[in-house]
Design a protein around this ligand. Structure first.
Ligand SMILES: CC(C)(COP(=O)(O)OP(=O)(O)OC[C@H]1O[C@@H](n2cnc3c(N)ncnc32)[C@H](O)[C@@H]1OP(=O)(O)O)[C@@H](O)C(=O)NCCC(=O)NCCS
Length: 162
């Protein structure tokens, strides 16, 4: 996993984290998920849900994902505005990939808004490649999604491999 500043730790999500996640979610996304969706994901046994906390216990980011057969689906990743560009998003995705690689995953897939340059930049850095456009994927704005895929064997780039 990318070197995480000692101030931060990545741990699995617990039910008590959901309110803090919602606060970040409301700022980070045009169509934030309601609390019930996070509660459902928390109970989903094919999910791996993690949060990043600082050394005072404040939740500063989260990443939700599933494993379906050998394919990792990154559902959501977000970092509090005040903590972005410090490698936290990258560390959470790397942690997720490594968790599922140990369970036999060989590729990962996600959707991202075409104009979300920071997220696309992060995914490319990890080795994800654009594979197609899903038209009108984001219903609330009729925006298209870019579908990105990572072939883990071929392209997964950790800090060590960079
Ligand atoms: C996308 C997001 C999770 C990235 O988290 P982050 O912790 O700021 O990202 P990191 O610091 O780990 O960035 C890692 C890499 O991403 C790339 N990146 C980050 N911001 C970028 C930008 N504005 N433009 C291009 N690339 C960018 C860089 O390549 C960076 O690597 P570097 O530090 O070696 O240059 C964060 O911006 C966020 O929460 N955005 C709002 C929610 C969102 O859009 N989530 C993704 C859609 S599901």
């Amino acid at each position: 996993m990318a070197q995480l500043a000692s101030k931060y730790t990545i741990v699995e999500l617990v039910a008590e984290d959901i309110d803090a996640i919602i606060e970040i979610e409301k700022v980070a996304f045009i169509a934030p998920w309601p609390k019930e969706v996070f509660e459902m994901e928390f109970k989903n046994n094919r999910a791996y849900n993690i949060v990043c906390v600082d050394n005072t216990g404040i939740l500063v980011g989260y990443c939700l994902s599933w494993l379906i057969y050998d394919e990792i689906h990154i559902l959501k990743v977000a970092v509090h505005e005040s903590c972005q560009n410090q490698g936290l998003g990258r560390s959470m995705i790397e942690d997720t990939l490594e968790y599922f690689i140990a369970k036999g995953a060989n590729h990962a897939i996600l959707e991202v808004r075409l104009d979300n340059h920071s997220a696309i930049g992060l995914y490319e850095k990890l080795g994800f490649e654009s594979i197609r456009i899903r038209k009108n994927y984001y219903r609330e704005t009729n925006e298209d999604a870019l579908v990105m895929m990572l072939d883990i064997e071929e392209n997964f780039r950790t800090e060590a491999k960079k």
